[in-house]
Write a protein of this length. Structure first.
Length: 54
């Protein structure tokens, strides 16, 4: 595997923990916004409309 990496990237740079922390933070923010928007939609909806449609 190292040979393949060396062929593709002749001088590979090591990655520190910062890019991974930023990626996880971005995922957490995205998931939080998605869940919050869905919860807001559910809270605003009238229960009788939901029961009538089921």
């Amino acid at each position: 595997m190292n040979t393949l990496i060396r062929q593709i990237y002749p001088d590979p740079q090591s990655a520190g923990p910062i890019p991974f922390v930023i990626a996880v933070f971005a995922m957490v923010i995205t998931v939080s916004i998605t869940i919050a928007s869905q919860m807001h939609r559910i809270v605003k909806e009238n229960p009788t409309t939901t029961l009538r449609n089921e």
